[in-house]
Design a protein around this ligand. Sequence first.
Ligand code: NAD
Ligand code: AKB
Length: 319
Amino acid sequence: MNRILITGSLGQIGSELALELRKRYGNDNVVVTDIRRVEGSKAMESGPFELLDCTDANAIADLVKKYRVDTIYHLAAILSANAEKNPQLAWNININGLYNVLEVARELKCSVFTPSSIGAFGPTTPKDGTPQDTIQRPTTMYGVTKVSGELLCDYYHKRFGVDTRGVRYPGLISYVAPPGGGTTDYAVEIYYEALKNKKYTCYLKKGTHLDMMYMPDGIKAAIDVMEADPNKLIHRNAFNVTAMNFAPEDIEAAIKKVIPEFTMDYDVDPVRQDIADSWPNYMDDSSAREEWGWKPNYDLDSMTDDMIEKLSKKLNINI
Ligand code: NAD
Ligand code: AKB
């Protein structure tokens, strides 16, 4: 793996994944693309950047040829809460965008990383210790596109031999780029509000347990699964991966250990609550652990310490 192209690179994951990939493979070997520019973005400014709309298959193929790309990290997507606001747009970007990437990969012989999500599960999925292979009947457009994407990636591997790989991410928590309109965004916003205002109003209700992960572990998962020995992989796409699971009151308590005056109240958003209620409480990620050695480094307390340290520097706030 030498020449990499990332779609949707200026979002929450890409802004950090691009920098880590450039550190490992060299700035010029990682082409950062997005449908928009983000002024001041290190990912955009530290190496080649191109505007790219993933619904334009020819434009993807042109860039893959121009930079002699052999690996695509396909991150462009519409996340769960935004997908419920505009399901037609979500279908177009999440499905047609992925189809275009897979077709280009088939023709030009690239490997492809595609993230799925805990959103690929639904209310009839076993909620506790959700198995790797289980019932997937999601009730959101995001979930419908994620299950379809998982199947499409498996199909392109089986039918055409494309080296497709991926993980089912839980909610990701980070301080570099803001989250892009998901249901788990509260677990990022809470740190910003704790530092800025010492209080936060949560849109999910007490007791809503969801899997979560700190971004350094999310980046590690993406790179590790792409570098895994293919002979050891029984699954290829959509590996359950998790690092911690908590409800809003648990993250409140973790923040209070560092910022004792922090308080939280609730004003529940029924749309995002419904989405969260349809997702697992926690997944079983033993397939990822067994097949490619997945192991996260951060739990809730170590993530909270690091988030508060990094974010207070970024926001120039003394605690
Ligand atoms: P994000 O919303 O932060 O970033 C997505 C990026 O895609 C944005 O920069 C946006 O400008 C770009 N984009 C939108 N439409 C595009 C188009 N037509 N062509 C090209 N780019 C386009 O999302 P993210 O959090 O970085 O997520 C990346 C992937 O990981 C998605 O597939 C998402 O479903 C998945 N995922 C994310 C999380 C999470 O918590 N962040 C969890 C599970 C799965
Ligand atoms: C979202 O909430 O939509 C994402 C995800 C878990 O897929 N963070």
